[in-house]
Write a protein that binds this ligand. Structure first.
Ligand SMILES: Nc1nc2c(ncn2[C@@H]2O[C@H](COP(=O)(O)OP(=O)(O)O)[C@@H](O)[C@H]2O)c(=O)[nH]1
Ligand SMILES: [Mg+2]
Length: 306
């Protein structure tokens, strides 16, 4: 499923602003990068949240290019970095959202507390509605007081159907009822909101696995996407959040929320290096419309083009 067709996708200006790399500060001597400038590049990449793994890989790449006489100026440096980042992002797979062959398409949305799960669901629902699809929001966050109500309000606002349960009720039962309701009403897409949890919450992680199992049993190929929502402002923490959720459920992609609130978008590259999972959607604000498809090309151009 390809959303946002009518919208201009991920302007490169956005990433230019977000990954504040200031590569111009990295001195490139006439005959290539010297030791000092490589170190300075390393620092810049780390401070823009590229993470240790991707940073070492990029610096190695630049060093190698330099040895082969291919980095002679700023442009050579930028092109060299762009090429390797594009390779890294390209290896993560498609940013398209999967669709069910038949019956409702079901997406399970996971992540720790406060990262932007519920808001991202509302935005996604709004965009799906814009495409003329019918949507049902399932409030399987029965853990946090008020979470069900928050999602119900969003459902009304975006024109989606809603299924909720009792506070402290069984979230798997909500998912079960939601799929039944979606089938009965001929709904196109079901978005399942879940409680924020940490890997230290063993019960909640087991509960999440139960929600996942119920969806698997009830619908062929479901959940068609299991998206982890990450807060772009938490830096390398996001990388470890993916790690802990991966142990519990089969993640298919990332929603990077709050990308507008950080100047350090290198996290996109860190995630690709460490997990090879595609960023599928990017949150760019608190409003309903503030969600975009992630476009690796625009990212690379925004970050590395002068
Ligand atoms: N600036 C900005 N704020 C966001 C974005 N997504 C979510 N938020 C805010 O983050 C806070 C937590 O969001 P919520 O959806 O309730 O998180 P949840 O606990 O994971 O469900 C709210 O104040 C949202 O408005 C985003 O893309 N940009
Ligand atoms: Mg929530």
């Amino acid at each position: 499923m390809r959303l946002f067709r009518k919208k201009e996708e991920q302007r490169k200006g956005f990433w230019k602003k977000v990954v504040d790399l200031a590569l111009t500060d990295v001195r490139v001597v006439v005959d290539g990068m010297d030791h000092e400038s490589l170190e300075s590049l390393e620092e810049k990449l780390l401070s823009a949240d590229f993470g240790v793994g991707a940073t070492l890989r990029l610096v190695d790449h630049v060093e190698e290019l330099t040895r082969r006489g291919k980095v002679r100026d700023q442009k050579g440096l930028r092109d060299g970095l762009a090429e390797e980042v594009e390779r890294l992002l390209g290896a993560t797979g498609s940013d398209e959202l999967a669709e069910a062959a038949e019956g409702p398409t079901v997406y399970l949305i996971v992540g720790v507390n406060g990262v932007g799960k519920t808001t991202s669901i509302a935005k996604l629902a709004w965009h799906l509605r814009q495409e003329g699809l019918t949507v049902l929001l399932a409030a399987a966050d029965t853990f946090r007081a008020g979470a069900t109500e928050q999602l119900r309000i969003w459902a009304d606002r975006v024109g989606a159907e809603f299924v909720g349960g009792q506070d402290r009720g069984d979230p798997a039962a909500v998912a079960f009822d939601a799929i039944d309701a979606a089938r009965a009403r001929g709904i196109d897409v079901v978005l399942v909101d879940t409680a924020g949890r940490l890997h230290t919450h063993r019960n909640l992680m087991e509960e999440l696995q139960k929600v996942d199992r119920v969806i698997r049993r009830k619908i062929e190929g479901g959940p068609h996407e299991t998206l982890i929502v990450l807060d772009a402002t938490v830096g390398q923490n996001a990388v470890s959040q993916v790690r802990s959720f991966r142990d519990a459920v089969e993640l298919t992609g990332i929603v990077l929320a709050k990308a507008d609130s950080t100047g350090r978008g290198g996290i996109v590259v860190a995630l690709a290096q460490e997990h090879g999972l595609p960023v599928k959607l990017v949150g760019t604000g608190e409003g309903m419309k503030d969600l975009e498809a992630f476009d690796p090309r625009a990212f690379v151009e925004g970050v590395f083009e002068e």
